[in-house]
Design a protein around this ligand. Structure first.
Ligand SMILES: C[S@@+](CC[C@H](N)C(=O)[O-])C[C@H]1O[C@@H](n2cnc3c(N)ncnc32)[C@H](O)[C@@H]1O
Length: 240
């Protein structure tokens, strides 16, 4: 008897395609544009330039944060906070704590991003952000471990160390999803994925979205296999 094989590539294709058809796509796009505008002004206050996520990646991060409805989120690589805000706005109805660290910079104050142009609930979501400036991921992970917090969603936009993998294993909830930026060529996202997959063997890789035969953005995901659920329903019982 043959089996119905699903490869990581097949899953990746249909996952992103469905996410793009989310009813929240319009709001995610508008928010991602808004975030790009308000954060761009911050770059001049930083001593050097590190690069930020693209508007497209901002849309997907927003939608992923809505889709997985995490309570506790961890981000490695804050810089000007573009990705932090996308996660925060998309996940505003579920997130209780959003830990984010940057090993190089310590010049960001998230309350600067509050304004009259921001809906009240999005402005409030900024209060859940716990910024660790000039703090490497290893130190922030130790702090989360000490606090006894379990993490549901992780976004990595920095370079992790071997020690981080062991700490991640201790702070991750069973269904924790890891999102990686810069997943292309030999960029940091690919290096991080290789390191993480050697520790978290039960996770599958969702490759970056493809449109018209080329990659759109460079976000990839590592998802625990036990999160895969088949449904006979046309619509999913999640926020899509
Ligand atoms: C590409 S930037 C992040 C951009 C940010 N996500 C955004 O959307 O604005 C990468 C940042 O990660 C920081 N970084 C790299 N590796 C790190 C680590 N292991 N721990 C903490 N910060 C790290 C760097 O200092 C740099 O500011």
């Amino acid at each position: 008897m043959g089996k119905l094989w699903l490869s990581e590539k097949m899953l990746s294709k249909c996952f992103w395609q469905s996410l793009r058809s989310s009813i929240y796509f319009g709001e995610a796009s508008a928010d991602s544009d808004f975030i790009a505008n308000i954060t761009a002004k911050k770059v001049d206050e930083f001593p050097s330039i590190a690069g930020s996520i693209s508007v497209t990646s901002g849309i997907y991060l927003w939608l992923l944060s809505k889709y997985f409805s995490p309570k506790v989120v961890l981000e490695i690589g804050t810089y000007i906070g573009r990705s932090t805000l996308a996660i925060s706005f998309g996940g505003r109805s579920s997130i209780t704590d959003l830990y984010t660290c940057d090993g190089t910079y310590n010049c960001l104050n998230f309350t600067d991003y509050k304004s009259d142009k921001l809906a009240t609930e999005k402005s409030k979501s900024i209060d859940q952000i716990k910024y660790f400036g000039k703090t490497m991921s290893t130190d922030m992970l130790k702090k989360i471990l000490e606090d006894g917090k379990k993490v549901d969603l992780i976004f990595i936009d920095g370079r992790i160390a071997n020690e981080d993998c062991n700490l991640l294993a201790q702070v991750m909830n069973e269904g924790c999803v890891i999102i990686l930026d810069d997943f292309e060529g030999v960029e940091k996202g690919v290096m991080n994925a290789m390191m993480l997959r050697s520790v978290f063997r039960g996770m599958i890789l969702i490759e970056p979205p493809i449109e018209n035969n080329s990659h759109v953005g460079n976000l990839a995901m590592l998802v625990p296999t036990n999160l895969l659920t088949l449904t006979r329903q046309q619509s999913l019982p999640v926020n899509m």
